[in-house]
Design a protein around this ligand. Structure first.
Ligand code: ITT
Length: 222
C-alpha cells in the first residue's frame, strides 16, 4: 500500500475472526477498522461458489461503501468423508444463521459410524483497494497473488489474495472453550488438542487464517 493509506476495514461480522486477525496483524503500521465502526451495517449474501468469490464479495462491498482498502476472508471446514463438505457452506451447515452448536451437531451426526475423520480448515484472505495503491505481481512473495479482474471487483480496484489451510480430524466430543465455530471438534495431531483447547496465539501460529493473513501482512507492512 502507498504511504499514508493506513486505515484498513476488516469486512467480517464474526467476532471470533476479529479477535484472531487483530492478533495476527499486531505490530503493523495499520489501523484495522471494524465494519460497523466504518459505517457498514451488513455484508452481502455469500452467493459465490468458491472461498475466493465470497471473500472478494465481502471486501469489495466494504471498499465500495467506505472508500478504504478492505480485507475479508472466506473460510470453512472440508471433511474428506463428506466429499469436502461443509466447505463454503460451513457457517450455515445446519441452516440459515450462524448457530455453531447446531453446525457441530449436524457434522457429528453426518459422521456417525464413519471411521475416516480427516478434515482441514481452509481460508482465502483478500485485500481489495485502488489498483494503483497495491503492489504489482512482481513485488509479491511466492504464493500471494494479485487479481485485477473479477466480477465482484469495482472498476479501478484490484485484490491481493493469500490462502492458508491446516489439517486435522473431527472428534466426537467437543473439547475446550476457546476459538469459535468447529474448533471444539477439530483435533490437531501435532498439538494433541482441539483448536478450542489451545491458546489463541498458538491457534494463529498453526491455523488456515493465520497463514492466509500472514500472507497479507507482507503487503500491509509496506
Ligand atoms: P463473515 O462472513 O462475517 O466473515 P462467517 O462466520 O460467516 O463470518 P465465513 O462465511 O467465512 O465467515 O464462514 C466460515 C465458517 O467456517 C465459520 O462460521 C465457521 O463455521 C467455520 N470456520 C472457519 N474458520 C474457522 C475456525 O478458525 N474455527 C472454527 N470454525 C471455523
Amino acid at each position: 500500500m502507498t504511504q499514508g493509506a493506513r486505515k484498513v476495514v476488516f469486512a467480517t461480522l464474526n467476532p471470533g475472526k476479529v479477535r484472531e486477525v487483530a492478533g495476527i496483524l499486531a505490530g503493523l503500521p495499520v489501523e484495522v477498522v471494524g465494519l460497523r465502526d466504518a459505517g457498514v451495517a451488513e455484508l452481502p449474501e455469500e452467493t459465490g461458489e468458491t472461498f475466493l468469490d465470497n471473500a472478494i464479495l465481502k471486501a469489495a462491498h466494504a471498499f465500495r461503501a467506505t472508500g478504504l482498502p478492505a480485507m475479508a476472508d472466506d473460510s470453512g471446514l472440508e471433511v474428506a468423508a463428506l466429499g469436502g463438505k461443509p466447505g463454503v457452506h460451513s457457517a450455515r451447515f445446519a441452516g440459515a444463521g450462524h448457530d455453531h452448536a447446531a453446525n457441530i451437531r449436524k457434522l457429528l451426526s453426518d459422521l456417525a459410524g464413519v471411521a475416516d475423520r480427516r478434515a482441514r480448515f481452509v481460508c482465502t484472505a483478500v485485500l481489495v483497494g485502488p489498483a494503483g495503491g497495491l503492489p504489482g505481481p512482481g513485488a509479491l512473495p511466492k504464493g500471494i497473488l494479485r487479481l485485477d479482474a473479477h466480477p465482484a471487483l469495482p472498476a479501478g480496484a484490484a485484490a491481493i489474495v493469500a490462502e492458508g489451510e491446516v489439517p486435522g480430524r473431527i472428534i466426537d466430543d467437543s473439547r475446550g472453550a476457546g476459538g469459535f465455530g468447529y474448533d471444539p471438534v477439530f483435533f490437531h495431531d501435532g498439538e494433541g488438542a482441539t483448536f478450542a483447547e489451545i491458546p489463541e496465539d498458538r491457534k494463529n501460529a498453526l491455523s488456515h487464517r493465520g497463514t492466509a493473513f500472514r500472507g497479507l501482512r507482507t503487503v500491509l507492512d509496506r
